[in-house]
Design a binder for this molecule. Structure first.
Ligand SMILES: Cc1cc2nc3c(=O)[nH]c(=O)nc-3n(C[C@H](O)[C@H](O)[C@H](O)COP(=O)(O)OP(=O)(O)OC[C@H]3O[C@@H](n4cnc5c(N)ncnc54)[C@H](O)[C@@H]3O)c2cc1C
Length: 382
């Protein structure tokens, strides 16, 4: 066994860390307060490789391995939860399905455009107003063939990046009879006639990462915009989410790490009863728990990413990693606020923002309940 990152991964970690420290961290509070997306991070992140992590080099991407993707997501989460979520939605959801399942024509047309950082991003719309966890049974957005076009009607909800995207990969029902082979993914350019993107939702956290409702009113796109095989949408979605769960877990670790660092700095500086907070054993125990839980989560995130890199099954491990890391981040950030006392509740201090940002992580890309279902299914089958 080897728990060390390889040389390439170490260099990548340093590059992303330095980039995040310079470009994301100083703006994290501002993007949250103003509810604005950090476009500069995209412009400058393109050349660093952050916009093409799932995209092969021949299409302009950096095509990093799963461990390097987890490293980048942790670093992004450490600096700014909002930008981290937008970039994982872009890389993992908005570009990976095209890179993995798309035709050469689709790859050539869209991937170089969205990997450069000069243009808008990619997005994936699975969730609907009436269905999120129940993808197989609940999707009502439908696509029908008419000559050489798909005609799409329906509505999606919570589509991260929709308002700042070049296209939205849309999960649609192509066989009205239903079943596991009735869904497909179709790429819809955001300037398509009949596509309406609602204003960004007003959210509790991650307020610099826009998420939108989207409606499709007789939207027509060429048959060639099908991403992958017709009827394989459910399987492609589940595979996309397995990988995405490692990223959401990694972002959670970054948020928790930032919260712990803030709590340690504050505990050393703040005095009570004639000594610094860090000298109270009660505070030390909280910090010990933070250190322990973050380290455990990171080790397991790397394990699931390593399995993915080996081409081995990792669905159960990704579910465990996401479940543990996301719930861990909530515990750590709760205590980070507690250590800050009243100041922890103030928007002047970053820990309240991190706490709000972390709250999404147990919901997006499969709730904690769904992760437990996945884990139980594997355990009971074994
Ligand atoms: C900020 C944000 C960004 C998002 N970005 C995207 C995006 O880019 N693309 C996209 O497609 N979606 C996105 N989502 C949607 C997200 O993936 C869904 O909210 C999530 O999958 C849960 O679906 P739901 O909200 O419909 O909840 P529901 O599925 O209605 O679930 C409600 C509750 O019931 C529980 N539940 C449901 N089924 C079961 C069951 N079988 N057993 C036990 N409990 C169950 C759930 O765990 C949850 O607690 C985003 C959401 C948010 C808030």
């Amino acid at each position: 066994m080897n728990f060390d990152l390889n040389e390439e991964q170490k260099v990548w970690k340093k590059i992303v860390h330095d980039f995040v420290e310079k470009e994301l961290m100083p703006k994290a509070r501002e993007v949250d307060e103003k509810e604005e997306f950090n476009w500069e991070a995209v412009r400058k992140g393109g050349p660093v490789g952050l916009m093409g992590m799932s995209i092969p080099e021949e299409f302009g991407g950096s095509n990093v391995d799963a461990i390097s993707n987890a490293i980048a997501m942790e670093e992004l989460g450490w600096g700014c939860g909002s930008t981290a979520l937008a970039l994982t939605a872009h890389n993992g959801l908005g570009t990976a399905p095209i890179a993995l399942y798309g035709t050469e024509e689709l790859k050539k047309k869209w991937l170089p455009m969205v990997s450069s950082g000069k243009n808008k991003l990619g997005a994936l719309a699975l969730t609907e107003p009436g269905a999120g966890s129940d993808i197989q049974g609940g999707i009502t957005t439908r696509a029908e063939k008419d000559g050489d076009e798909w005609v799409i009607n329906g509505a999606k909800m919570w589509c991260t990046n929709a308002g700042i995207a070049e296209y939205i990969i849309t999960l649609v029902r192509t066989d009205p009879k239903g079943g596991s082979k009735s869904l497909s993914m179709i790429l819809v350019p955001t300037d398509a006639k009949g596509l309406h993107i609602a204003p960004a939702e007003k959210k509790m956290g991650l307020r610099g990462s826009p998420a939108h409702g989207v409606t499709y009113d007789n939207v027509r796109v060429p048959l060639g915009n099908l991403v992958g095989a017709e009827g394989r949408g459910l399987q492609q979605t589940l595979a996309t989410l397995d990988a995405g769960r490692i990223s959401i877990g990694a972002i959670s670790i970054g948020l928790a790490q930032a919260g712990m660092e803030a709590a340690i700095a504050y505990a050393k500086e703040r005095k009570a009863f004639g000594q610094s907070l860090s000298e109270f054993q009660a505070i030390q125990f909280k910090i010990a728990n933070m250190e322990m839980e973050i380290d455990l989560a990171r080790t397991y995130i790397y394990k699931s990413a390593w399995l993915k890199d080996q081409g081995r099954p990792y669905a159960k491990e990704a579910a465990i990693a996401k479940l543990y890391a996301t719930e861990m981040a909530e515990r750590v950030l709760y205590d980070a606020i507690q250590i800050h006392g009243g100041y922890g509740y103030s928007r002047e201090y970053g820990v309240e923002r991190m706490y709000r940002d972390a709250r999404l992580m147990t919901i997006g890309e499969g709730t904690s309940e769904i992760q437990r279902l996945v884990i139980a299914r594997h355990a009971l089958a074994g």
